[in-house]
Ligand binder design. Structure first.
Ligand SMILES: Cc1ncc(COP(=O)(O)O)c(C=O)c1O
Length: 349
């Protein structure tokens, strides 16, 4: 079976995990410090905080923005309904309200052009293109876009979940910013609202959001691989594109250029053919996915936010995610693309 996603685990991962286990503190150890510093430098921001998930990263960033008075408590926040549910739950759980916007043909949230608070998503790993039109405070959900994040935001929130391009082989997240005051609040919120350096003095109501040191050590190994892995993903995306481009039934939505890291490679087909194509691929031992089968406001907790966003509603019925990971070979990608060609009655290449 050609999987939608497969992790790469090498000897370097095993050694890093064992080293962290045997010789470092489990929390706030040397690997956590190294991973944080390396991310800050690699991702081009002054400050980095590590935490235990991308969901936590988003919630903490919103809470810190409220504490710093950058945004009002109970703010209305413009965001997209075409995302993993955490984008919205982070908003709701911080006492704010999501205001869902429609998307463009690539699935990107259309800008509001209004002054306000925005949480756009760099969906599938593509840089969010309308950042200059988002006036006011922007906290970017970069859970899927390690390296294609925008820098002119208050914060970039990353996930290092197992399936992500940059993973800590488990749960993990990060918040990057250039704002020192905001960063200090975030560091405290991650650590039960502690006063810095004081074990039993607390300044905010918060929780334990700290990352595990072994995960940070694994993240450090993966960070070194990231550049080459993204280059390989772009090559696979270019291969998919060139093999599928003459099929009128397939809409290619991802160009293999510098602003895309290809966390996911997604195509669109007519909604009536989508599930048949997925079944056909499955019969040919190809796993596919749909990111996402429902919009967030079509899910139980957000039904009261339901509205008519026609482009997003059309898109969830048409999208298919094809296998995209660093264990694929060129032949695997050609096999997947040629199986799609044969489904639509086209000759293989
Ligand atoms: C767009 C988006 N936002 C937020 C998250 C939440 O990240 P995590 O799973 O690390 O909590 C994810 C990850 O699944 C995601 O894809």
């Amino acid at each position: 079976m050609i999987r939608l996603f497969e992790p790469v685990i090498t000897k370097a991962h095993e050694e890093a995990a064992v080293h962290a286990l045997r010789s470092e503190k489990f929390i706030d150890g040397e690997s956590t410090y190294k991973f944080k510093t390396a991310l800050q430098m690699k991702f081009g921001r002054k400050y980095c905080s590590l935490c235990n998930s991308g969901t936590s990263a988003l919630s903490i960033a919103i809470r810190a923005a409220i504490i710093c008075h950058y945004i009002a408590s109970k703010s209305k926040i413009f965001t997209t309904p075409l995302s993993f549910i955490s984008t919205a739950t982070a908003i709701t759980m911080s006492g704010c309200t999501p205001v869902f916007r429609d998307v463009d043909e690539y699935g990107m949230m259309t800008p509001s052009y209004k002054d306000g608070v925005h949480i756009p998503v760099a969906l599938y790993g593509k840089r969010y293109p309308y950042i200059d039109e988002c006036k006011g405070v922007v906290i970017e959900d970069d859970a899927q876009a390690h390296g294609t994040h925008n820098l002119n935001t208050l914060a970039n929130c990353f996930s290092f979940y197992t399936t992500k391009n940059l993973t800590v082989c488990g749960n993990g997240g990060a918040i990057l910013t250039d704002d020192e005051k905001f960063h200090k609040v975030i560091e405290s919120l991650i650590n039960n609202g502690r006063v810095p350096g004081k074990n039993y003095e607390h300044q905010y109501v918060s929780s334990s959001y700290r990352i595990n040191n072994i995960n940070a050590a694994l993240g450090m190994v993966n960070l070194k691989l990231l550049h080459d892995q993204i280059t390989q993903r772009r090559f696979f995306a270019a291969t998919y594109n060139s093999t599928l481009m003459d099929l009128p039934q397939v809409q290619i939505i991802s160009e293999p250029v510098h602003d895309h890291t290809f966390h996911l490679y997604v195509i669109k087909v007519h909604k009536k053919l989508r599930d048949d194509l997925r079944n056909y691929l499955y019969q040919h031992k190809i796993e596919t996915g749909v990111h996402y089968p429902y919009l967030i406001y079509q899910q139980q907790p957000y039904l009261s936010f339901a509205k008519k966003l026609p482009k997003a509603e059309k898109m969830v019925k048409e999208i298919i995610s094809l296998p995209m990971h660093n264990k694929l070979t060129f032949d695997d990608v050609m096999y997947v693309a040629n199986t799609i060609r044969s489904f639509f009655g086209y000759e293989k290449i």
